[in-house]
Every structure is written in structure tokens, then in C-alpha cells.
Design a protein around this ligand. Structure first.
Ligand code: SF4
Length: 390
């Protein structure tokens, strides 16, 4: 595959990544202040904002990130909601309750059930939907996902995204042609040995296949790609720097696709999994501010994994998109006898309560910021399928 981020990254990880981390450790508050004087920040400024020195000027950094967010997105926060389609999965990610070795009961929604869940969410005002699915073993999985996308579009969701397994270009293209607007695919960690330890089996073991999935989605004509690391799995600084470099790569080679960045962080995980490299609130906020100042036009997304108080503080401070009222199991919005959740939702406020909190910070909420009419004319074939299905 041309311009593979994996190749670039493996070529520069030593000493490039080591040198970047060294620069972070040598950066001071003065470097951080110098960086925010003229946003957006460049590579060295980004590193300075992750440094211990930047902590003493954290308020100024947050204020700069807030100003830039407001300049680019206004005083608004987009709301979206996840709809879990299936918790069946052939992988066994150590941090996930849906892993194949866990005894969680399995459920895949029928299309009728998807419709009833979708209707409940439409009734609450949502127009931006994230379809979530484990990696099913069965034939016909892509056809099932395609049917769910077609259904969601027919029902009136303006923006339909998907967080599922890493796919080939051909598979992403099937979903793009069905109307899929966005693909969310986290690398989880950029440390190959940690990646391999926490993904002991299943197709997700393929580190390179995972790393190249955002590129495949872009080649297939997916308009928005969401990226991130699972904070706490690997070394915070190395993962933050690798992620920023991956985003830069996508922006350089796949500029037709908008990249958004998410910040999933491990707190308590079902099954007793704990973060080997816990990320403090201070590091978490610093990373969000640094990403905003480095990527002013990218959507920065926050899920309900975080506590209400911290979420409220981050609305508009870098973050311009949040989920609210989320449930993390298939059928959780409408079905009796709900299945177990993938991870605990910490902000369990209702959508109305979250809207109130957004308003309380002098901002407005938006249920829809995208419309089919904004979709550009279909792209060309957009590159070849490398057949590398993760
Ligand atoms: S994180 Fe995704 S791929 Fe891994 S076990 Fe959970 S559902 Fe499956």
C-alpha cells in the first residue's frame, strides 16, 4: 500500500519516537507559552504541551484551546449516540467484556430490533448515530452491517457512523455506498508488544492491519474517520505522540477524509482488567488541549466513560462532540432483559441533563451537523484493496 503509515512509523519509531519523548522531558513552561502564542502549534509545540513544565501554565493552555475551539466550531457541542448491534466477537481483547473468553451472553440485534432502538433514539432528538459491533464470525457480516446502515439512513439519521472490526477497502466501500458517513477505528496502543499481549487471539492480533485501517476507510471513500488510543494501555507520551503523527499522516495523504480524535480512557473495566499505565486527569486534559491546538479543524470527541464534572469542564475546551445517554450493550434502549455492558458508563445523565450542562456553560447543543446534501460527488475507485482484513 502506498504511503503506509505503518512503514513510516516503524522506520522512525527508534530513534524518532525516543527523541520526541526526550524533547517532551526537556520542555519547560516557557516552551509551552511560546507554543500557544500563535496557534496552531507545530510538532515541537505539541511536544511542549505534553510536558510536565506545561502543567504550571495549564490554565493558559486550556484557555488557548477553548478560544481556538470557539473560533472553529462556535459555542456548540454536537451530540451523538451509540447503538450496539452485536456483542458477539471472535477476538479476546483483555480490556473488553465482549472478548470471546468472557462468559457474557451474546446477542445480535435483528433488523426489527435495530429499527425499534433507532426509533427510540430518533424520538429523543438524535440524528447522529454510531453503530457498534464486535467482530462476528459468521458469513454475511458485512451484508448485515450494510443492511443496518441502509436502515438507519432510511429512518432519517443524518449521520451514521460505525465502530466495528478493521475491514478491507472493498468492504468499507460496500458500507460507504450504503451511506456510511464515518468509521471509528482505534489503534488501542502503538506499542507492538503491549498490543500483542492484550490482543491474544483473533484477527485483531494483526497490529499492522489495524494501523492501516483508517487509510483503507479513506481509500474506500469514507468521509470521516475517527482515531484514538485506549488511554492506559501503553505509555501515555509514546501513544499520544504516535497518535498525533498518525493523524498528521492521514491529513497529508488522505486530505479528502476528515479525521476526528477520541479519548477513550480505561477506568474500571469489567472482568478486573486494570490500566498498566493509568492516565491522570491532568495528563488527560493536557492531551486534549494539545490535540486541539495542533489540529484546530478536527472534531475532538468525548464519550460517557468520563465523569460528569470532568466532561462539563471539557465541553468547548477542545471537545466539540460528545455522546450522551449512552448504553453499551445490544438492545439496551428498548429490550427487556438487557445484556451486559461493554464498559461502565460513568456519565449516566439523561440527554436532557447533558444538554442542560452544556447550556450551563453558555453553549448550545447540536443534534445534526451533517446532511446528505453536503456529501461530495462519488469519488473514483480510490485505490486498491490490499486484502488485509484485520
Ligand atoms: S474490543 Fe471489540 S474486538 Fe475486542 S473483544 Fe471487545 S468487541 Fe471484540
Amino acid at each position: 500500500m502506498n504511503n503506509s503509515f505503518y512503514e513510516n512509523w516503524t522506520n522512525q519509531v527508534y530513534p524518532g519516537l525516543d527523541r520526541a519523548v526526550d524533547l517532551i522531558h526537556r520542555s519547560t513552561a516557557a516552551h509551552a507559552l511560546q507554543a500557544i502564542a500563535q496557534p496552531p502549534v507545530g510538532a515541537e509545540g505539541f511536544l511542549a504541551l505534553l510536558s510536565g513544565g506545561a502543567q504550571s501554565v495549564g490554565e493558559q493552555v486550556e484557555a488557548a484551546a477553548r478560544r481556538l475551539t470557539e473560533q472553529r466550531f462556535g459555542r456548540t457541542v454536537n451530540l451523538y449516540i451509540p447503538l450496539y448491534l452485536s456483542n458477539a466477537c471472535v477476538n479476546d481483547c483483555a480490556y473488553c467484556w465482549f472478548g470471546s473468553s468472557n462468559p457474557a451472553p451474546r446477542k445480535t440485534l435483528t433488523l426489527e430490533e435495530v429499527e425499534s432502538e433507532g426509533n427510540r433514539l430518533l424520538g429523543q432528538g438524535y440524528r447522529s448515530l454510531l453503530l457498534v459491533s464486535g467482530e462476528g464470525a459468521g458469513k454475511g457480516e458485512v451484508e448485515y452491517l450494510q443492511s443496518c446502515v441502509l436502515l438507519a439512513k432510511r429512518m432519517g439519521f443524518a449521520q451514521v457512523g460505525m465502530e466495528a472490526r478493521a475491514m478491507s477497502v472493498a468492504e468499507y466501500r460496500i458500507l460507504a455506498e450504503a451511506g456510511l458517513d464515518s468509521v471509528t477505528i482505534y489503534q488501542e496502543t502503538y506499542d507492538p508488544s503491549i498490543y500483542s499481549a492484550v490482543h491474544p487471539k483473533g484477527p485483531k492480533k494483526d497490529f499492522r492491519g489495524r494501523m492501516e485501517a483508517p487509510q483503507r476507510a479513506a481509500l474506500a471513500g469514507i468521509r470521516f474517520v475517527g482515531m484514538g488510543v485506549l488511554l492506559g494501555l501503553g505509555d501515555f507520551l509514546r501513544d499520544a505522540v504516535s497518535l498525533a503523527s498518525h493523524v498528521k499522516h492521514m491529513q497529508k495523504y488522505h486530505w479528502q477524509t476528515s479525521v476526528s480524535i477520541s479519548f477513550p480512557r480505561i477506568h474500571a473495566a469489567p472482568g478486573g482488567f486494570s490500566a498498566a499505565y493509568p492516565v491522570s486527569d491532568r495528563q488527560f486534559v493536557a492531551m486534549i488541549a494539545a490535540m486541539r491546538l495542533a489540529f484546530p479543524d478536527s472534531t475532538l470527541t468525548l464519550s460517557t466513560r468520563e465523569a460528569p464534572r470532568l466532561r462539563d469542564r471539557l465541553f468547548g475546551m477542545g471537545i466539540n462532540q460528545v455522546s450522551a445517554g449512552s448504553k453499551t450493550s445490544p438492545g439496551a434502549y428498548t429490550l427487556e432483559g438487557k445484556s451486559e455492558e461493554q464498559f461502565p458508563v460513568v456519565d449516566d445523565r439523561t440527554p436532557a441533563q447533558v444538554v442542560e450542562a452544556i447550556r450551563g456553560r453558555g453553549m448550545e447543543w447540536v443534534f445534526k451537523d451533517w446532511d446528505e446534501n453536503l456529501r461530495p460527488a462519488p469519488m473514483g475507485s480510490g485505490g486498491s484493496d490490499d486484502g488485509n482484513i484485520a
